[in-house]
Design a protein around this ligand. Structure first.
Ligand code: OOG
Ligand code: MG
Length: 262
């Protein structure tokens, strides 16, 4: 089914308002159960246009549901793509105001900065690897606009894959022979280890997630730009956070990041 433009606009507005007011809504497929994948990404693009109209700059893309830990946690089985804006960007030692969000969770990710544009379809992992300029450890703070964090794939695509904030550490230059699948990742909350993973948890290799994003972007008639920041998806499951929590994410060979929730 293809939804009318007016319906796509109305659903994007509903999601936008939920994010702006911090009030959860029911998943949109409850209202429009027959919406298509194309409709879901059309709503996401409409949401992106609304944010851009408020002055937000799109700075990259994110993959979601790329690890078994995430798929199992959310009960879905396919990766998805969203966009990142400068409004969500945080540094390596940062603060997040929990009251600005509905029910934030944090997940550990590997991120890339691209030196060259990347285009699908048929993007090979070797092309993806060649496009990477720097590698970073990242924390994504996700915040589904849906009540109780319950959704299906189409609803979460429309909701820009729960994107809210993201923190990236200083990057290290990608070098030949750097084994991203082998990187160990540890997430600590209030001093206790709450999740561990390796780069291989992300579709076998984080660059496979980048190649997949190039292919997903191509379906929308888009490519990933040179200079884009790319979040490859939670390697660990997402962990709920509350004011007072401090989360540190460490990854071998990369600088750690610490997020203070207040
Ligand atoms: C969807 C967003 C998933 C990831 O890294 O897997 C995501 C969700 O779990 O709410 O960002
Ligand atoms: Mg994520």
């Amino acid at each position: 089914m293809t939804l009318a433009t007016s319906v796509i606009d109305a659903l994007a507005e509903r999601l936008d308002t939920a994010a702006l007011t911090g009030r959860a809504i029911d998943k949109i497929t409850d209202d429009v159960p027959d919406m298509s994948w194309a409709d879901a990404y059309a709503i996401q693009r409409r949401l992106r246009t609304r944010e851009q109209a408020r002055g937000a700059r799109v700075v990259g893309v994110k993959a979601g549901l790329t690890s078994f830990a995430k798929m199992q946690q959310m009960g879905v089985s396919e990766p998805v793509m969203g966009y990142l804006t400068d409004r969500g960007s945080l540094g390596a030692d940062c603060t997040v105001v929990v009251a600005d969000l509905i029910h934030p969770r944090i997940e550990a990710e590997i991120a890339f900065r691209l030196r060259a544009p990347l285009k699908g379809p048929g993007c090979h992992i070797a092309a993806a690897l060649a496009a990477i300029e720097t590698v970073h450890v990242a924390a994504e703070i996700i915040d589904s606009r849906y009540r109780d964090f319950r959704f299906d794939l189409k609803s979460v695509i429309a909701d820009n894959t729960s994107a809210a904030r993201y923190a990236t550490g200083s990057g290290v230059a990608m070098r030949p022979g750097m084994d991203l699948a082998d990187l160990g990742i540890v997430m600590e909350k209030n001093g206790a280890v709450v999740a561990t993973a390796s780069g291989a948890a992300v579709l076998g290799h984080p660059a496979a997630s980048l190649a997949m994003l190039a292919d997903l972007a191509a379906v929308q008639g888009e490519e990933i730009a040179a200079g884009a920041l790319v979040l490859t998806g939670g390697a660990t499951e997402a962990v709920a956070v509350a004011a007072g929590d401090v989360v540190t994410i460490r990854c071998q060979q990369l600088d750690p990041i610490t997020i203070h929730f207040i």
